[in-house]
Design a protein around this ligand. Structure first.
Ligand code: C2E
Ligand code: MG
Ligand code: MG
Ligand code: MG
Length: 281
């Protein structure tokens, strides 16, 4: 009857849940060894100048080359890394790897552009991130202005007083700072003006709204650009996929673009080759 069916439905549901969390646990265990086994890698996605399409920088994006599952995107493993605290050593690896890469490019005679690294909430809240960044820059003899740190609103808002001090120390080192996924978090405008950052990155979801199929399109993106400029920040639009979006955002005075229209995330050697042809033409 209905009762038995209900119980079966429940058992089915619950064993399904167990399977999912078992998968997560397995992945988390494997992630623990991924650093030692050298399975993490970084891809680089170009950011371009709105006025002429030239590359102004890149964002380093984490990938996990899993022995059985292939190359995994951060969406598959960052949540587990955050939950387990593994994001702290992984985040340190990302910073070191980017600075080592910048050093290698400099040594090879390339003129690299600034590379942005995503920081996680845990790194920002529990580590002395300014000390860590200073140490890594010194270790690899990398000029601070070649490193950019992407922070989210939620991270910044958690303890505003501490954030203001930390941002001042990071700026004192000379690194660039940006607020990522802007507009998706909870942000108080009163506090926003206290945060001395260089760039606001408009979240992809607002860029995706620019489609030319209704009169409401692009209103948030337009407002964010105006807000950023009035606070003295540059604006990067992320997730730009169409020429329509590019042209709309250019009319709104957006400064830079990042998105599939201008390039997918690519391995380091492909990125430097692209940078080379970009600066020659
Ligand atoms: P994010 O920092 O907002 O990075 C931008 C994401 O948008 C990247 O996804 C990028 O591949 C994707 N993207 C760029 N252009 C387009 C486009 O035109 N269309 C679409 N549909 N997507 C586009 P990805 O690489 O999967 O990374 C997802 C998120 O994972 C990042 O979002 C960031 O929050 C996090 N993440 C990546 N690398 C790291 C890392 O080293 N440390 C930490 N803590 N988080 C990371
Ligand atoms: Mg980012
Ligand atoms: Mg982003
Ligand atoms: Mg985003």
């Amino acid at each position: 009857g209905a009762k038995a069916e209900g119980r079966n439905a429940f058992q089915y549901y619950s064993s399904d849940l167990n399977k999912a969390s078992l998968g997560e646990l397995l992945l988390e265990n494997q992630l623990r060894g991924a650093l030692d086994r050298d399975e993490l890698l970084l891809y680089y996605q170009p950011k371009v100048q709105a006025s002429d399409g030239r590359i102004t920088g890149a964002e380093a994006l984490l990938r996990w080359s899993h022995p059985e599952l292939g190359v995994l995107l951060p969406g598959r493993f960052i949540p587990a890394a955050e939950e387990s605290g593994l994001i702290v050593p992984i985040g340190e690896w990302v910073l070191r790897h980017v600075c080592a890469q910048l050093r290698a490019w400099l040594d090879a005679g390339h003129r690299p552009v600034p590379i942005a690294v995503n920081l996680s909430a845990q790194q920002f809240a529990h580590q002395d991130i300014a000390l860590l960044v200073r140490g890594i820059l010194t270790e690899h003899r990398v000029p601070a202005e070649l490193l950019e740190l992407e922070l989210t609103e939620t991270m910044l808002m958690r303890d505003v007083e501490r954030t203001v001090g930390l941002l001042a120390r990071l700026r004192g080192l000379g690194v660039r700072l940006s607020i990522d996924d802007f507009g998706t978090g909870y942000s108080s405008l009163a506090y926003l003006k206290l945060f001395e950052v260089d760039v606001l990155k408009i979240d992809r979801s607002f860029v995706n709204d620019i489609r030319g199929d209704d009169g409401e399109e692009g209103k948030i993106a337009t407002a964010v650009i105006a807000l950023a400029h009035s606070l003295g920040h540059k604006v990067v639009a992320e997730g730009v996929e169409t020429k329509y979006q590019r042209d709309f955002l250019t009319r709104q005075q957006c400064d830079q673009f990042q998105g599939y229209l201008f390039g997918h995330p690519i391995p380091a050697d492909e990125f430097i080759a692209r940078l080379h042809t970009d600066t020659q033409t």
